[in-house]
Design a protein around this ligand. Sequence first.
Ligand code: HDD
Length: 688
Amino acid sequence: MAESFKYKGNKGNGGELHQLPESDDQRMTTAQGCPISDNQNSLKAGQRGPTLLEDQVFREKMFSFDHERIPERVVHARGYGAHGYFESYGNASEFTCADVFQRKGEKTPVFTRFSTVAGNKGSPDLARDVRGFAVKFYTKEGNWDLVGNNIPVFFIQDAMKFPDLIHAAKQEPDRGFPQAQTAHDNFWDFASLSPESVHMLMWAMSDRAIPRSLRFMEGFGVHTFKFINANGDEKFVKFHWKPVSGMQSVVWNEALKINGADPDFHRRDLWDSINAGDFPEWELGVQVFDQAFADSFEFDVFDATKIIPEEQVPVTKIGKMVLDRVVDNFFAETEQVAFCTQNIVPGIDFTPDPLLQGRNFSYLDTQTKRLGGPNFTHIPINAPQCPMRHFQQDGHMAMTNPKGRVNYEPNSWERDENNPRACPAHGFKSSSQPMEGDKLRYRSETFADHYSQALQFYNSQTDVEKMHIQNAFVFELSKVEKLAIRERVVSHLLNVDEELANAVAKGLGLTEMPEKAEAAMATRTDLKTSDALSILKNGPSSFAGRKLGIFCCDNTQEKHVSTLTDALKTEGAMHEIVAPTINGITLSDGTTMEGDQKIDGGPSVLYDAVAVLLSDDQVENICKIPEAKDFVMDAFAHKKFIIYNKAAMKLFDELNLTAKMDDGFIDIEAKDGDKAVEMLRNIRFWQR
Ligand code: HDD
């Protein structure tokens, strides 16, 4: 036990603490398996002498350390993964022969990695950014990687533009900042010169880009793919992940503060909730449509800057993903997992979407560089969990070379598991795709409308969400130094919606409105709004998976705390005790409670709602703690529900809040825990 270890001083070997018992299962060895006698001291010439080059134990240890880092991902470097399973509802076999969907109730293992896009590996989780949502299905017919985002459209239409998009979005190359944000000149310069990005910009400036947790966001395959069924019939398909707990985001001011208070906010939430047995779940939905629909749809279904509204093609749920196991080792699993859009299985196929086509080259290429060679498929997290039989061999770190004499085809050796052949009846077959035409570099005119769906998205939001979009544009563009770039963005917004453009112009203090950007096509105003596009219209119906921060102190009434914690447990929600010291508090009935956070380490931005449950004899001291005041004021400003008791009123008085107390304040003495938690289901008191 760690506590029983006491340091016993230097005895010429770094202290007894470090010497472990001699049993076999605890003995430290070199990477070659040689037992190590001393892991604290290098081999020296004399007691104070120089270290000897001969020390193979030291050299091996240092060599391994020196080679620990591999290149971080060029995008999506900051990510977090978990294991789980996908359970098929068995209702998709009509559309696809993909084995993973054939049998109702069958579970397929998955590994899912969430990420931000622009930030480096050590950047904060709550940057305003798109979130990657990549799922590796270990199916019986090979790995299927659905490498999507939490936003259903993309900034660009052709992969040719991807390196420029990413160069512009990441740190500016001369100064090496800003980190993990698009709020700078280069990004907005590129975006405003690439009007195809306008639809995605609307999503990126919405609260979708600041999710409350990874569990409360949707995921999308983005591109149109193909489904092929057992009869060879083809349909088009778009993939959706729908979070079972509903959608939820933080507000921007919260995000700014959370990044300071807990840069690991999202990964910690995923880690904690899985370990607590509160497993995040998403249903996989598909929009399936045929060529006739594609021909009649307002936009080109191969254009990744467009959605197909759910009202036009409903989302059918075909299974559920449950993440139920954290990684054993972050590097081995989350870092080394290598997603490739090219990894598909029989029953699924690509379409000519020029973004998808380019991705199919890029991912394999980047994994080879990042993981050091073509054998990254041998790393356990990437290895298929079904048999693999082929004649690929050798290369760096080859671990599963084929066995036997034969390593070529055709051959006349006896057929067995080491001598495989292609199987025309069951193997992967590309779907039919009539093709003809000149070789040319061209953007199809069917991709030319850049504003209509941006307007549709904006019109589908609630007033609160519209205001957040306006504010986000203003925030980001206020960080842009060049006036001409700020104006150019507004000139595009004029093509989307005048009210939005005016609000942004006003927020930026523009004295003159720029002219509308030239558009290839007039913005369509006839597209129907879609409720599915709003977060607030698809919020949770329960407080489950959310967290209450309970700020209490010595002599807080025990029943006020327990009525709440009991009700939260029934709801499936979590709580943390925030206390003046981490060693905890003694409640009114003499029971002691450890603190989960000291007040300055547990600001209210870390919680979905707060309770301020104080005692008469402590409240005056608490009024003197600046962080205690911030705890309440931030919760108030972020429109959170605030549960309180009588003693807390003194603190509210001190903050001049008493006159402003609205229905978002819940008196625990008037309502019991159940009633209070019922109110928390609304998540925020937006009327404030
Ligand atoms: Fe990408 C990583 C999602 C366009 C090239 N991408 C990456 C990851 C996700 C996405 C989730 C992280 C995977 C992980 O967790 O390891 N990318 C998307 C989506 C796109 C998209 C949804 C548009 C629909 N990406 C895109 C294009 C290209 C790339 C057009 C290049 C032509 N993406 C990459 C990459 C990355 C990557 C360079 C970096 C690290 C990696 O692949 O594994 O190959």
